[in-house]
Ligand binder design. Structure first.
Ligand code: NAP
Length: 299
């Protein structure tokens, strides 16, 4: 039976480290601040925004939650983003995805001050990740997956890692991180046009599944002893559940946990780490903003 990788417990370790850093920043007059902007009333997005705001408050960060109507125009949203870019109390800005259809999300991301882009989606931060420049921000989910792998002692140097999915939010930055000099994994990226997926996966020492297909990765995809990180969050019908559905990953947990060496559950694996890394990126932004030459410390 695979060892369970407990994302909640590892996220708590991250928070313990962050609390020390927040105390040190506060002693120098800087309180990290995060603004989360939600446009519309998508229930899942609303729940994510609430969770992020709650965690900010628990850590003693300055938290701003902007809830805008679904009818918000591109210009109105840009004006809000520009105001947050100028707000000295705000170190990190996140615009919750997906926005309503009238919003050009790419244009909003480009409008963010890259020094406050704690989601790591701005082109400058994407470039910095590609260039191995640590001053940039790496998207929170792949950063969380890397931390899970490190905390569980998974050997990544020269390991064969298969990443399923090539989105800008998870798959692509995950692959870039893993192939970095110093991490040194050999990375294969799978997408919807890839052939022989089970065969490619079976060669992997580590599998990171991020495709949004419930239970796609089955026992026959996984080499005995491999480490499996399940990023997927999918709703599956479940009459026995009061909500009528349950959340499942991209991995068939029941089958795969019998062959894998270690595996993340859904929920309780990658999800808690994503929020922990958002907090970590916000604190990094505060540290960078308050120590760059010529910057006056806040508060
Ligand atoms: P996405 O933007 O829809 O990208 C999905 C990727 O998977 C694409 O690259 C797509 O290939 C590939 N794909 C889809 N079906 C495939 C198939 N049958 N075989 C091989 N590849 C396939 O999704 P995402 O935003 O990266 O999210 C992926 C999953 O992770 C979702 O379940 C999402 O809810 C979850 N997620 C979780 C967290 C967390 O905090 N735990 C955070 C973010 C996302 P093409 O490029 O060829 O279309």
């Amino acid at each position: 039976m695979a060892k369970l990788i407990d994302g909640r417990a590892i996220a708590e370790r991250v928070y313990a480290e962050l609390r020390d850093e927040i105390a040190s920043l506060k002693s120098r007059g800087a309180t990290p601040g995060l603004a989360v902007v939600l446009v519309g009333d998508d229930p899942a997005s609303r729940a994510y925004v609430r969770a992020k705001d709650k965690m900010c408050r628990e850590l003693g960060l300055h938290s701003v939650k902007l809830e805008l109507p679904a009818t918000t125009t591109q210009e109105e949203l840009l004006a809000r983003v520009n105001a947050l870019n100028r707000d000295e109390k705000i170190d990190g800005i996140l615009v919750q995805s997906p926005p309503p259809p009238q919003i050009d999300e790419a244009a909003i991301v480009r409008a963010l001050d890259p020094r406050k882009d704690v989601d790591g989606f701005h082109p400058l931060n994407v470039a910095k990740l590609t260039l191995d420049d640590d001053s940039g921000f790496v998207p929170c989910t792949p950063l969380g997956c890397l931390r899970l792998l490190r905390e569980t002692g998974t050997v990544l140097s020269a390991a064969n890692v298969v990443v399923l999915g090539r989105s800008m939010i998870v798959g692509k930055p995950m692959a870039l991180l893993l192939m970095r000099k110093g991490i040194d994994a050999t990375v294969t990226v799978i997408h919807s046009r890839t052939r022989n997926i089970p065969e490619i996966c079976r060669r992997a020492d580590v599998i990171v599944a991020a495709i949004g297909r419930p239970h796609f990765v089955r026992t026959e995809f996984v080499r005995e002893g491999a480490t499996v990180i399940d990023v997927g969050i999918n709703r599956m019908e479940d009459a026995g559940n009061e909500r009528g559905y349950k959340l499942v990953g991209d991995v068939d947990f029941d089958g795969v946990s019998k062959v894998a060496g270690a595996i993340t559950p859904v929920p309780g694996g990658v999800g808690p780490m994503t929020i922990a890394m958002l907090m970590s990126n916000t604190i990094k932004a505060c540290r960078q903003n308050s120590t760059s030459p010529g910057t006056v410390l806040k508060n």
